[in-house]
Design a binder for this molecule. Sequence first.
Ligand code: T1G
Length: 698
Amino acid sequence: MPVVSYEMVDEIGVIRVDNPPVNALSHAVRAGLLNAIESAQLDDSQAILIICTGRTFFAGADISEFGQPAKEPYLPDLLNAIESSNKVVIAALHGTALGGGFETALASHYRCALDTAKVGLPEVHLGLLPGAGGTQRLPRLAGAQASLDIMTSGKPFGAAKAAELGIVDRIIDGDLESGALGYAKELIAESAPTRRVAELTVDPKTASREMFAAYRKNIGKRARGQIAPFKIVDCVQAAVELPFADGMKLERQSFADCMASPQSAAMRHMFFAEREAAKVKDVSKDTPLRPIQTVGIIGGGTMGGGIAMNFANVGIGVKLLEINDEALARGMSIVEKNYSITMKKGKLSSEQVAECLALISGTTSYDDLADVDLMIEAVFENLDIKKEVFSKLDAVCKSGAILATNTSYQDVNQIANATKRAQDVIGLHFFSPANVMKLLEIVRADKTADDVIATCMKMAKSIRKVPVLSGVCYGFIGNRMLNKYFREAQLCLLEGASPEQIDNAMQSWGMAMGPMAVGDLAGLDIGYKARQGIPADQLGDQKIWAVADALVELGRLGQKSGSGYYQYDAETRARNNDPAVVKVVEEKAAEFGVERRNINDEEIVNRLIFALVNEGAFILEEGIAQRSGDIDVVYVYGYGFPAARGGPMQYADQIGTKTVYDAVIQFGKDHNPDHWTVAPLLERLAKDEATFSEWSAA
Ligand code: T1G
């Protein structure tokens, strides 16, 4: 079937598009649509219907074409041709009519939709703005304020709301095509006019200079450093203040500016990297999956409770096992508290919360886990305890059950070897808070079966996580790299920077939180206890954690104890700089003979970020991560790395691997050469002036 076909159905010219998987508005689709709309002007059709086959109306421009020279017909010109049609054009929406797809609907004269259809303008998530008239047409239909919310949030919304906003004219029940044809016949019968949105004006009640100024101020806080949201506001203001053609000129220029920006390249990289990460190179996408109807979780602490919520939220029953009734009650209260927070935020209704809670049952007996399909262990981060748990699971769980550990660091091979079914053992590393954080590191042990991996990849998406496959090493992908990032933060602290300087430098660069604040949030005692378990001769450079350990020994565990690197207000939890910490730092610097100096923000940022990149290069070459994009997904979805910089490896590709290599060499000379051993892959790429992305794709 051609991507665009045209047929007369009664007196209606039906333009049908079939471009799986999401009917993206590729060059072929645009050319076919223009041809169809032009020829429909000449035949005896009384109205024109645009409809898509498969799962959705156009889900947007074809993102894979971005970054290459655009080919005519350009989408804005095509949409002008649709809008200029002398015959009524009706768009029939289903699935997710997003971006250019929604803009195509806005350029049509009438819009009908299944009630399950969603529309939206998510371009801002790609560092872009609607570039085919959306910034000019939507405000003319839905008003300036609503349009600003739709475009700067990028969030899709349902047909009912679209109808309320005057965007969708008719909700279709039952079969879309027959409903749309019936609607077209009605329009013909009443000689409905060709309604051109471009000819409308924006309702002045929905706009004011004060509103635009307030909006710019507000997005400055939310979309730190991003340019697209500000350009969206400019374009919407132009829709209010300028003629359509002038507004379109501003939109076109603004779109080109965003498209050319490193931010957009980074965010488009993230779009595809997230989807690539779910694909396992040596596991067929047709691998049969194991069913997951019930889940067992051992350990009802913060992690176990949070993990349980992910499954209950999508209707999967969970059995939570704890060592005794008191611990179980504590675990269940954690879950209830989390749900009450979610409910207060309006994300779930009280009925939905009740349904989720009803899906989570508690037990103190391993025997109750005999029939679960997926078992997740979330007990204390100690290898011996985990091995003991797994040998018990091996004894009680049914054959074919997947046995997963939520360990953050431990050797999944050793855990697997504590069972007689190593092929069923895998790591599922959730990130705290587990019911919020989207990243899920799926850890493949030496003997993990392919169908276990494939099942967990699919399961991850069904519980709305972003999965990344990791091999087995200490800390897998994210935490192994984080260890180097924190090392440099600690050394910058000893060498002269303050906690707030380090945190402000990293946050200004784009990180969601600075490393010191992250440490205080997680609890400094966690790392302290982990280090206590490591033999002294394996601890490496003792001065790295000297300050952190001293703070813990002073009872400064972080937010949970009211102080860590900062002092925390008991009421507001606001953090304040604390001179007592500087005193500890100065004492430790003296103790280790470190001469303190002024360190500028650029050095702090480069040392912390390039430490991530260099370790990422080791991880790539060892095959722990499949691709550099996978590492980027880990850092953007699990560690607050700015999507507008595309992840550590994408950032290195953008500034040049040679730039990173030269800096790493220099850091080795200026500081501790043992810390800055250059990853061979980074050295090779630097010499060839190649990128991690090219190496991964090879
Ligand atoms: N272009 C190209 N490929 C796309 C695509 C797109 N717009 N959307 C999805 N795909 C591919 C995706 O890479 C994957 O490929 C497959 O389709 C299934 O996607 C001018 C400039 C529609 C909600 O931002 O949000 O229009 O991995 O795994 O979970 O103003 O895809 O199978 O090879 O995500 O069911 C605006 C992006 C573009 C929408 C479906 N539109 N897509 O989710 O499937 S810019 C978007 C999505 C634009 C105009 C501007 C989701 C989805 P593969 P999937 P899903």
